[in-house]
Ligand binder design. Structure first.
Ligand SMILES: O=C(O)C(=O)C[C@]1(C(=O)O)C=C[C@@H](O)C=C1
Length: 267
C-alpha cells in the first residue's frame, strides 16, 4: 500500500503515516495530498486535521469538503517540539505555522527579537536551519542528525500538545464500520435555528458529537459548510436514521458522508 503525506521526511505527518503504510511519498501541501488520493494516484493520504493547542488545520477541512475521498482511520499523536540549530545564536525561527503557533509563548518569552518564518512543514524548517546558521527550526528532535544541535526540548506551550490526523482513502473504500463517523454538510440556506436543526437528528438518537466546525462556503459572506464528527458508526441504525434526516434538512445543498473509522494512538 502506498501513501502520500506532508514532507519532506521527518514531519509529524510522516511519523503518523508510518503506522499506515511502508511505501511513503511526500507532498508540500495537504490539498495536494487529498488530491493525490482523489485522483487514484495513492491508496492513502495522511493529513493533520486538528491540534489541541492551535485548533483546526483549515486547509485540510477545505480539502475534505472539495474532494471526493473517504476517511478510514484517525491517528492521534503527541507533539513534542524541539528547537534545532547549528549554534545558540540565530535571527530567524522557521517552521510550519501550526508549530510556530504551538510554541508562541515560549518564543515570545525566550526569543522576543527573532523573526518567525512560516514554511511548508516542520521538517522544511529544520532543513532551513541545516542550510543557514542564522536560522533555527522547530520540529521533532529526531531530525537533528549530526549537524544540528537540540537547543531545547519540549518547547510547546502545553505539555499535552497532540495532533489528530485523518487517513483518507478512495471514496470506494468508505466503510460503515468504526466507532466514529465524519460528515461534511452544506445546507445552502440560512434561517433561524438551522444549526439546531442540523444537530437535532443526532441528539434525538442519543448520538454524541465529538466536533462541529464551520468553514466559509466561499459562495457568499455568512454562508457555511459544517464539518460534523459523531461517536457512532454508520453500521448502526440510529446513525442511518440521523443521516437520512440530515439529508432532508440539507436538501437545497448536500451531505457528504466521509465514512466510519476507528482511532489509533501513536507515540
Ligand atoms: O509540519 C509537520 O511536521 C506536519 O506534519 C504538520 C503539522 C500540522 O499541520 O499541524 C502536524 C503536526 C503538528 O501539529 C505541527 C505541524
Amino acid at each position: 500500500m502506498n501513501a502520500l503525506t506532508l514532507g519532506p521526511e521527518g514531519t509529524y505527518s510522516h511519523r503518523a503515516t508510518q503506522s499506515v503504510a511502508d511505501d511513503i511519498d511526500f507532498a508540500e501541501s495537504v490539498t495536494a495530498i487529498v488530491e493525490g488520493v482523489a485522483t487514484g494516484a495513492y491508496d492513502r493520504g495522511v493529513v493533520p486535521i486538528e491540534n489541541s493547542i492551535e485548533g483546526s488545520v483549515t486547509e485540510s477541512l477545505d480539502a475534505l469538503a472539495d474532494q471526493r475521498v473517504a476517511v478510514v482511520r484517525e491517528v492521534v499523536t503527541p507533539i513534542r517540539h524541539s528547537l534545532l540549530a547549528q549554534t545558540e545564536t540565530f535571527e530567524t525561527v522557521a517552521s510550519h505555522q501550526q508549530a510556530l503557533a504551538q510554541c508562541r509563548e515560549y518564543l515570545n518569552r525566550e526569543y522576543p527579537d527573532v523573526v518567525t518564518e512560516p514554511v511548508a512543514s516542520t521538517a522544511r524548517g529544520v532543513e532551513r536551519a541545516r542550510e543557514d546558521s542564522s536560522v533555527a527550526g522547530i520540529g521533532h528532535p529526531a531530525n537533528a542528525g549530526d549537524d544540528l544541535r537540540v537547543l531545547e526540548s519540549d518547547i510547546q506551550d502545553r505539555s499535552s500538545n497532540a495532533t489528530r490526523f485523518l487517513v483518507v482513502a478512495p471514496e470506494s473504500e468508505r466503510s460503515e464500520a468504526g466507532g466514529k463517523t465524519s460528515f461534511v454538510v452544506y445546507p445552502n440556506t440560512n434561517h433561524p435555528g438551522l444549526l439546531l436543526d442540523l444537530l437535532e437528528p443526532f441528539a434525538e438518537r442519543d448520538i454524541n458529537l465529538s466536533r462541529v466546525e464551520s468553514r466559509p462556503s466561499g459562495e457568499r459572506l455568512g454562508d457555511y459548510v459544517f464539518h460534523i464528527d459523531i461517536e457512532a458508526g454508520l453500521y448502526e441504525g440510529r446513525t442511518k436514521g440521523a443521516v437520512a434526516e440530515l439529508e432532508e434538512i440539507a436538501d437545497e445543498g448536500w451531505v457528504r458522508v466521509l465514512g466510519s473509522y476507528d482511532t489509533e494512538h501513536v507515540v
